[in-house]
Design a protein around this ligand. Structure first.
Ligand SMILES: Cc1ncc(COP(=O)(O)O)c(C=O)c1O
Length: 374
């Protein structure tokens, strides 16, 4: 087995024990809450990780790009929700996927979309489930759950013979502005209750609502029950990261993703070292910097996973700056020394790389490809 010390830098490292444990823990939690798990694979874009998440579940996944849908379909995933509102430029790609035999569910919150989408599907001889996106308080996309568009868009979808009204879907992204169980729990209840009421309104209007889909990592960790919800689409939980740890949704020991980097310059007078991992290898995400400014662009571990008490405080494209106060550490971090930088936001860090180096402690176990692009 190769040792991490022999791996080229910068490389993306995935801790096998942690990713396996995270997948199992939240998977079991969703089952205990009485919902189906349709994990969001945008976090990792990796077939092997999705297999860990879907083992023992019904097998459906959520994607954020049509390229993810194509890559996962090519590896046997055949029940896929594309959870970004569909626009006409992507009708062709969606139709091609459906024509290849994938059960592809699409998303809209716009009354003008079902007409042309239904026409494109009819012309190609395919059928789509179309979910209605509902705004549960994040205010990014989605219809107002109490406004007229809820029933109107659902009806527009149901009118088209090549579209089926699949149900309703939301994402409580505003939970990322809350810290700790006490702050997140009300948002988790809001996400659930807004969707229960919206489903009730639609049913009162005579519209069947097969799917009531929610999903974010903070809310699935802290929600008290999911009665009335059929599906959870959490994604980040499978890796977690320093942002989630700062927000109180996991501990730093759950964070499965790090970047292997080498020291390329040491300045004993300025008391800092420069790594070959900068904005491209790490991403420029500063995590929950308003809550923990000390985290910078990621905290440093040694190859055995021990926290070095250091952080990357500055990045340019291929350089990361690490201030080092401790004399012994500065002596140790000579040019060529290797460290790991824990990801602040694992989804964005993963999307910078072509593959995961899967490791068990300091040993390399495998390499898993990442399917990027749109
Ligand atoms: C529409 C949608 N669903 C589900 C998720 C998964 O959320 P998380 O990564 O917090 O689990 C996201 C994340 O951005 C999303 O945008």
């Amino acid at each position: 087995m190769t040792d991490l010390g022999a791996v080229a830098t910068p490389s993306l490292l995935l801790d096998h024990a942690r990713v396996t444990r995270n997948a199992a823990r939240i998977g079991e939690r969703v089952t205990a809450l009485g919902a189906r798990l349709r994990p969001h694979v945008k976090t990792h874009k990796c077939v092997e990780v999705a297999r860990l998440q879907t083992a023992g579940h019904f097998g459906g996944i959520t994607v954020s790009t049509l390229e993810e849908a194509r890559a996962f379909a090519a590896h046997g995933f055949d029940d896929i929700t594309y959870a970004v509102p569909i626009e006409p430029g992507k009708f062709g790609g969606a139709v091609a996927l459906a024509a290849s035999g994938v059960r592809l569910s699409l998303l809209t919150d716009d009354a003008a979309v079902p007409g042309p989408l239904g026409e494109a599907a009819r012309a190609a001889g395919v059928t789509f489930d179309v979910l209605l996106k509902v705004d549960c308080g994040y205010h990014r996309c989605g219809v107002d759950p109490e406004g007229p568009a809820l029933v109107e868009v659902a009806q527009r979808i149901g009118e088209r013979s090549s579209l089926r009204f699949g149900g309703i879907l939301t994402h409580a992204g505003h939970a990322y502005h809350a810290r700790g169980a006490e702050a997140v729990a009300p948002i988790a209840r809001q996400e659930r209750d807004v969707m229960r009421s919206a489903a009730e309104r639609l049913r009162t209007a005579g519209i069947e609502v097969p799917v009531v889909s929610v999903g974010s990592t903070p809310t699935v960790v802290h929600v008290d029950h999911l009665n009335g919800v059929t599906e959870v689409r959490a994604g980040n939980y499978v890796f977690f990261d320093l942002t989630q740890a700062t927000l109180g949704n996991c501990t730093a020991d759950d964070a499965a993703l790090s970047v292997l980097a080498a020291v390329v310059h040491r300045d004993v007078h300025r008391r800092q070292v420069i790594l070959d991992a900068g904005a491209i290898a790490l991403s420029k995400d500063r995590g929950a910097a308003d809550l923990d400014s000390g985290g910078g662009y990621g905290r440093l571990l040694d190859l055995e996973g021990r926290d070095l008490g250091l952080a990357v405080t500055g990045v340019s494209q291929e350089h990361g700056t690490v201030p080092v106060d401790d004399d012994a550490l500065l002596a140790r971090l000579k040019v060529g020394a290797r460290v790991r930088v824990l990801a602040n936001h694992s989804c964005l860090t993963a999307a910078q790389h072509a593959e995961y180096i899967v490791h068990d402690g300091p040993r390399v176990m495998d390499r898993w490809p990442i399917h990027r692009g749109w």
